[in-house]
Write a protein that binds this ligand. Structure first.
Ligand code: GDD
Ligand code: MN
Length: 371
């Protein structure tokens, strides 16, 4: 069967020669890439396709890719990144940017995603009315048997259910928002607004606006060689990503504040246990927490605003100064509430904490991290 679609990708300024761009993120997949190219080339016969490896490897993967590219019958390109910014998701976005065609397919480099499915995704896209075609493990006929152990099956099912519940409208038609195998029309996504971190790039795309999505079932098979790069750190990235997508920065700010409060209590407890005077313990606890919170603001809350803001020491000075001033002001404000306005101490504490949280968030967003 030979197919040839010059119409695909039309509208793209550069889409004249390539119908589909297959973006493959790789991290140490030297033993997989040759077989992946072989099967992909066979699977896309009749379509003008290119393969773009976006590689962050520390092994000989780039050398193997170059070797395979030299004899491949279709364009095989390599983008090797020295800084693996954004991990898997960042690599995929870089692949979208570099793609010749607007019709981009994202596929893992370990053959857990069968290349033989690619043309099915393309066929479904060509039928029209969709922006994204998802290869799903959880729609009629699909399987997730390549999720090696029971724990990962359970984690995948639970996190998929929770994620769909958090985005009931946008993910209404998507049974597998966490799959790494999909087709997307690049013209429909705003690459600049994506903030990929870690593995869940499709979720990042889907949560940002409404798309017309179709699904095709597939068997998530076993790895051809090597082991999964999924880790606990990826799970942590995923939780942060969910919170940010759903509730924005303020929720992350609250999470960091909550962690800080717990750390503060632990420090005061440990120091007083060691016989340190409680006033000294309270001051040390507060200052350590303020500095710790600042480091987390830098890394997980405002990390995308750092570059445009003032230098790190200036940011630190503002944050540190503000938090100390706020801690000092909070006590007299509470006293005022209790003495003059006759609030109960508990209500006064709760009110000052809530107000302090909001003011602190606004100050950090608008002043500390101001562009
Ligand atoms: N460039 C780059 N940078 N590639 C990476 C990185 C990175 O930091 N980390 C992983 N990769 C590549 C791997 O080399 C592989 O080609 C692909 O991304 C998927 O990584 P795996 O380590 O094989 O992940 P997995 O099989 O556990 O999970 C995959 O399948 C799940 C189910 O479809 C991922 O695609 C998950 O996102 C997906 O949920
Ligand atoms: Mn895999």
């Amino acid at each position: 069967m030979s197919r040839y679609w010059s119409a695909l990708g039309s509208g793209s300024p550069r889409g004249d020669s390539i119908d589909i761009s297959i973006v493959v993120p790789t991290f140490n997949e030297a033993a997989n890439v040759a077989e992946l190219v072989r099967r992909t080339v066979a699977a896309v016969e009749g379509v003008r396709a290119e393969i773009i490896f976006v590689d962050d490897s520390t092994d000989e993967t780039p050398a193997v890719i170059r070797e395979v590219a030299a004899s491949a019958p279709i364009p095989v390109r390599l983008i090797h990144r020295d800084e693996k910014s954004g991990g898997l998701g960042g690599a995929v976005v870089e692949g979208f940017r570099a793609a010749e065609s607007d019709i981009c397919i994202v596929m893992d480099g370990d053959l857990q995603h069968p290349p033989e499915k690619i043309l099915e995704l393309v066929d479904r896209f060509r039928q029209g009315d969709v922006d994204i075609v998802v290869a799903s493990r959880y729609v009629g006929g699909g399987t997730a048997h390549g999720l090696a152990d029971r724990t990962r099956v359970a984690v995948s099912k639970v996190s998929t259910a929770v994620t769909r519940a958090m985005f009931p409208v946008k993910l209404h038609d998507v049974t597998d928002p966490m799959t790494g195998f999909f087709l997307v029309d690049r013209r429909r996504i705003d690459l600049a607004t994506l903030k990929p971190r870690g593995f869940k790039i499709l979720l990042e795309i889907l949560a940002r606006r409404s798309f017309r999505v179709a699904e095709v079932p597939f068997d998530f098979g076993d790895r051809y060689a090597g082991e999964s790069k999924a880790s606990l750190a990826q799970g942590f990235h995923f939780i942060i990503q969910l919170a940010l997508l759903r509730f924005g920065k303020m929720s992350m700010f609250a999470v960091v504040g909550g962690l800080g409060a717990v750390a503060n209590l632990l420090i005061v407890w440990a120091l007083t246990e060691m016989g340190v005077n409680y006033v000294v313990a309270a001051v040390v606890g507060a200052e350590v927490t303020i500095v710790g919170n600042f480091l987390l603001f830098e890394r997980v809350v405002f990390q995308d605003m750092r570059e445009a803001a003032s230098g790190v020491w200036s940011r630190f000075a503002k944050s540190f100064g503000f938090n100390n001033a706020e801690a000092l002001i909070r006590i007299p404000v509470m006293a005022l509430m209790v003495e003059t306005w006759h609030f109960s101490a508990v209500i006064a504490t709760a009110l000052t904490l809530v107000i302090a949280f909001i003011v602190r968030f606004v100050f950090h967003s608008l002043v500390v991290y101001a562009p």
